[in-house]
Write a new protein. Sequence first.
Lengths: 1052, 78
Amino acid sequence: MVKDSAKPNPPPLVAGAADGSDVPLSPRQKRWWFLGQVRPDSPVGTTVVAYRIRGPLHVERLITAVQAVVSRHTVLRTRFPGVVGRPRPTVADTVDVQVPVHDVTDEAQAADAAARWGREPFDVGRGPLLRCALFRSGARDHLLAVAVHQLAADEQSAAQFVTEVCARYGGDPAAAPSPQYADYVVWQRDWLASGALDGQREYWRQRLADAPAALELPTDHTRPALSSFAAGRHRFAIPELALSSGATALLTGFLLLLARYTGRDDVQVGLHTDGRYADVDTAIGPFAGTVVVRADCVAGSFAELSERVAALVTEATGHGDVPFEQLVEELAPARDLSRNPVVQVGFGISGPDATPTLPEASVERVDVAPAATLMDIELRVAPRADGGWDGELRYATDLFAPATVARMVGAYLRLLAAAAADPHAPVSRLELLPDTDRHQIAQWNATALPVPERTVHELVDARAVAAPDATAVVCGPDSLTYGELRTRANQLAHALRARGVGPDSVVGLCLPRGVDMVVGVLGILAAGGAYLPLHPDDPVDRLVFMVDDGGAGVVVTHSAVPEEVVGKLGREIVRIDSADVTGQPGDTPAVAVRPENAAYVIYTSGSTGRPKGVCVPHGGYANLVAWHLDQYRLGEGDRCGQFSRITFDASAWEIGPALAAGATLVVAPDEARATSDTVVEWLAAERITVTFLPVQLAERLFRDPRAADMSLRLLLTGSDRLMQYPPASLPFEVVNHYGPTECSVISTAGRVPGTGGDRPPSIGTPVANTEIHVLDPYLNPVPVGAPGEIYVGGRSIGRGYLNRPGPTAEQFPPDPFSGRPGGRLYRTGDLGRWTPDGVLEFLGRGDNQVKIRGYRIECGEIESCLLAHPQVAEAVVVVRDDSGDKRLVGYVVPTADGGEATTTAAALRAHLLRQLPDYMVPASWVMLAELPKNASAKVDRRALPPPRPARPELESPYAAPRTAVERTLVAIWSEVLGVDGVGVYDNFFELGGHSLLATKIVGMIERDLAPDEIDLRAVFEYPTIAELAASLAPDDTTVPSRTAPATAADKE
Amino acid sequence: MTVPTDQDAADTTPYVVVRNHEDQYSIWIADRALPAGWEAVGEARPRQDCLAWIEENWTDMRPRSVRERAADAPTIAS
């Protein structure tokens, strides 16, 4: 792999090459300078080292030594003011670095105080970029802390600085090093410019060409648009491992950990290097660099992977003469300020430091908490004398909670132990889950509930015998008592029995909404059969397909269902209102139905286009009902809504428990289901006490003032991703549910609190006799907090897909977890994770992720953020490709009180930018009165209208440029944004701008306008041309005020 | 986060066809211990071959217990 041309001998490094008047910046310094400009209030770039000094210490002598060493190193006397948006390094002859003394109570406090002190940001424009302090916990007990900005020195240099200071304190009059860092920078610049390293550049271009834009670790907190760079850390000990490869094994384990936590095999980390060359080993400066190690962790054993990783490290460092920061400029698809480009995870091995010595006192390196990190997480390891390692996992506190990081460390150690135990086992088999997690998950899955050995229709029958006069079913003006329901269902059952229907016969049920629909369900079950719901309004071809595919020999229908539908089904027809049925006896037919027999068959749309008939047995259905009655305590006084379409499996959930409890089932007539408004009216008018509503309608109800004055005690929701928390003032409880049709409707449930954190409501915990497993592609459980695919196990698992052996075998694998012989799981295809509190978070489908500019985006995350805006009632975010340019489009239904007039794209954009990276903010916006919905009340994404192609409708009307500066800016914006007719009050970001484009704008402004000062932040601070022009030419009196005109009158 | 589809679930990984006491079929990674109550049917082979075999041979998808009871009381077959 390593080409000879890639590793040329470096040219000689000449001392004095940098003459002092024109000190260049290394690519690494440029990056640090940029970060400092973006976040001047943060300690980004600060490195702190600290040493405990025990013994007598002369502070004045120490200060003299510090100043002597500072004067030796030019880079420590350099400051970096910005001029015209660029750093202008300026070297001072002398720099006054003091060593203030802070009194602390003890040594532990000294280290904490030093860490806090280290977080004070540097002013890189003023300097100095190095400061020292002593923390005194006793007359002979000091902590010497040195903080440096990485523009001036890296950590190794900081340690070297202290060593030199101590030597100077002891009387060593060492001279200034030669060459100095600036000489190195000139040398590096010339080497890079010579073309000798083009082979290395090309290597990286190829190596990283198809690399994912970011390694997406599951985070606790929403990633902010602009990182604070604040760091936390978790320290741990790694025991000596029975693995030959030492540090390589640790890196290999870390890569595997990342692969498991992200669910992808292709992972890359930034490996820290010291960046030193032999000629500059006495110089101080920011030499430290990063090389990318990109590994495919998919196959082979740990031993094999270790070998590959070792080779990759050799290869990467062999191509490490091209600075990482220069590669970023060439490779990074976008300058995203929320995360480090190219690599978001770091790995570093701390070598043994030079040990400073003082006369009469002992000096010992003390570990202090890091001031900042560029990475999401960063693993640092240092070898110990006993053969083990000290580990430190640094993490961005923007993203992770300490408990999550501790868990990650637990998983890492578990993985290393498993690898050491069997280095030749396939990596896919290595255990990652710490025992604590395993026990925890087992507890969360301990859901045993006794279920009566009776079918659902038997329970209903018993109710009817016990209380025949109670009202069983209501639909508009129609109603049936339990006695009437029982009689009619049994009559139908006898009619079906006479046609040979028995256990496991599939019977079509093609009835309009109404009480007869419920009679039909119970009649088919009482005959022993399984009902296959068919909606008479659905396309006849689809009905015919289902009847054929489901093998229904008989279809139950009604004389009101048109003959052109019934006639085409080509099956034996039983009309529920015919004399043939009503003449049958009303007693319960004797049919032995077992839990394994089919209860119903529901067709689900397959991703391949051919619907699949899901076969759910009586055992699963009975389990659902038993759980529901246990959980929701339905009673005879309850009026339970039946909202769902009969072809949707939620209808089975609505019907069974209500009738088994002796409650009244209130079927919503078609007209009540027409709009969200009529649904609310129906709930109120029918005095419904418990109902299911799909998520979109439930969220509507949250905001409906009528909700405050209802009989409702329990609102059950599900079938889509719940994004909103109900207002605490609602007089009823809200419970969120999750479950595939294949697992008897419901697999998890959780009460939704009145408020939540920055994440959508959870899907709760497993329901009775149900286990949830969050697994990696090899069926290994993933750690708590890590995302994986949701598998369901337990009593609710369906029989499979009718007449589809392949897909059934594929989706229903053996259950290796429960110990139930022959048990099966269902593989949902949904992504989720356990939270540390033992509830499940739904993270979306495994297959509907979108990518914009290389970043994987979960539109649901943007939607939930939008919904948190008080003026947003409903929101959908989709990726559109209308103009050949893939971009995010936000569809928003404003709240009634907010009104379309005042909810603007500008406000929404500003709102999102507060919580999300800019690439997650939609480029176009469409305000709608209502979102298009499909038959099952889910948002119909395909029916969303395309956004306006030209200059979008913005808050302010179009305003033409009025000055030369404005006209130039309009031209620049139009070119960069690809939008015609940019007005001077148009917001850059509303027109589709993002930070990458902002850097382009800055570059073009420098080229075309040559202003005194312009930097990236100006575009963020002055996002309109009028504002930006005013900031660029504040004295230009021809620039009008920033107030936008009230009308579009001055449109050209 | 990527859920592997059938295509990328390591075509090189050998699977076996497995069957439980109800004569329900599924597939399992060949070199892993079989969960209790499952037996391997035939040799290890690529995933798609296992699924194709099942598609061909799992002709009556009713659980064994259902099938055996039904033998006494035949029902409508379509």
